[in-house]
Design a binder for this molecule. Structure first.
Ligand SMILES: CCCCC/C=C/C(=O)SCCNC(=O)CCNC(=O)[C@H](O)C(C)(C)COP(=O)(O)OP(=O)(O)OC[C@H]1O[C@@H](n2cnc3c(N)ncnc32)[C@H](O)[C@@H]1OP(=O)(O)O
Length: 392
């Protein structure tokens, strides 16, 4: 039980067994004519990571069992205790396969993945963050009018926590906004929160490759996500309508203006979560507010009020909540009437000098975080949140 991820899986609920993302790619196999080769099996394992839709716990347990049988043979693990629900379900699924030969398990795994590609709605393989054909969003509302593209985080019941889908959708929306005919882009939140940051249940979808693979995939995703903000070519404005936590705060250092309601707060509790700063904040916050104030936020997790964040230079201006929308939109509409090319070029001049540095900082922060996510400190913090022992 030394592995923290094993403990996490034990303590979290079965719905957290889910496998994340992306499109299933058709496996071109004549299933009756041949037995699955090791290569087919490895391809299938990779396809599972690309599933766009969650196939459900039953299928995931089957996949888990067949994977274990194909790679390790019959189940030889001690049976988990009765309260250890997730591991018991996994053990049962594997044990049920009895002495099924490894080759048959491998074939069955490949067949199952292949069948998922036809039963689950699939699309061609899409690199994370690239434009997809569909313009519909599950986790965002995106509108474009008066020269302004507005991206609204839209999971109000979850305080706009950023799940895997939302990371991808934000990247997609930013890429679309960078090419549309709007002059400026605005990011805001629906409901009482701006965003509660990374959805902590993101950490519970452990792929077959284990927590190391999960951490690696998350670091790749985070790096790409933050990279989109570094490279965004038009004026990017945050309308912070309420409390902001974690990554929703750190990336503010990459925005061109940040307008906040006086209800907003800014909280980066990375040490509490066993994590470390991201979103280039280890660089931008120091530049914006100096090392002493940046350390208070990023190391000691001091939560700032909107007024304090404005005094530190993180926020451009604070508005009373009662007039926030009206006043900021009046201002944004005026900005949007400015010559768009001039705004874009001015941003380029300001940003280009820093771009290389920002990408280097982003890469370093992601690599440090990849290690932090494997730490006991981080796993325990996530487990505490999921079991609701504490709120920040
Ligand atoms: C893969 C890239 C990783 C990038 C690295 C990013 C790091 C970060 O962003 S670190 C910051 C992570 N965020 C948090 O630690 C915040 C956790 N949430 C809370 O502490 C609280 O929920 C709160 C203070 C934000 C709000 O508290 P409260 O007003 O009491 O509301 P509830 O806790 O009841 O929340 C309502 C509902 O929303 C769910 N929820 C809120 N935040 C998150 C979250 N970050 N992740 C997942 N779920 C979240 C909460 O669980 C409730 O759901 P239900 O119980 O289903 O109603």
């Amino acid at each position: 039980m030394a592995n923290p991820a094993w403990r996490l899986a034990q303590r979290s609920c079965p719905s957290h067994l889910q496998v994340v993302s992306f499109p299933v790619v058709q496996l071109h196999m004549n299933r009756t004519a041949m037995r699955a080769s090791q290569k087919d099996f490895e391809n299938a394992v990779n396809q599972v990571k690309l599933l766009k839709k969650d196939p459900g716990n039953e299928v995931k347990l089957k996949l888990y069992a067949l994977y274990k049988q194909a790679t390790e043979g019959p189940c030889d693990m001690p049976k988990p205790g009765v309260f250890d629900l997730i591991n018991k379900a996994k053990w049962d699924a594997w044990n049920t396969l009895g002495t099924l030969p490894k080759e048959t398990a491998r074939q069955n795994y490949v067949d199952l993945v292949s069948s998922l590609s036809s039963s689950l709605e699939s699309s061609s393989q899409v690199e994370p963050g690239t434009d997809r054909k569909s313009t519909a969003y599950e986790t965002l509302m995106v509108t474009s009018e008066d020269g302004i593209t507005k991206i609204t985080l839209n999971r109000p019941a979850k305080k706009n926590a950023i799940n895997i889908e939302m990371y991808h959708e934000i990247m997609r929306a930013l890429k679309a906004a960078s090419k549309d005919d709007s002059s400026i882009t605005v990011l805001t939140g629906n409901g009482d929160y701006y965003s509660s940051g990374n959805d902590l249940t993101n950490f519970t979808d452990i792929p077959p490759g284990g927590v190391e693979e999960k951490a690696k995939n998350s670091a790749i995703l985070l790096r790409e996500f933050v990279g989109c903000f570094i490279d965004f070519p038009k004026p990017l404005i945050a309308m912070v309508n309420g409390p902001a936590v974690g990554i929703s705060v750190t990336i503010l250092g990459l925005f061109d203006a940040v307008y906040a309601s006086d209800r907003a707060t800014f909280h980066t509790p990375f040490s509490h979560l066993g994590q470390s700063p991201e979103g280039c904040s280890s660089y931008t916050f120091l530049k914006i507010m100096g090392p002493a104030k940046a350390t208070e936020m990023l190391v000691f997790g001091k939560k700032l009020t909107a007024g304090e964040a404005c005094a530190q230079g993180l926020v451009t201006e604070v508005f009373p909540d009662s007039t926030f929308q009206k006043e900021v939109w009046t201002r944004l509409k005026a900005f949007a009437k400015l010559p768009p090319n001039a705004m874009r070029i001015s941003k380029e001049v300001i940003r280009n000098r820093e771009k290389e540095k920002l990408h280097a900082v982003n890469a370093e922060e992601c690599s440090v975080l990849q290690e932090r996510w494997l730490s006991d400190e981080c796993m325990n913090a996530v487990v505490n949140f999921l079991s609701r022992k504490s709120n920040l």
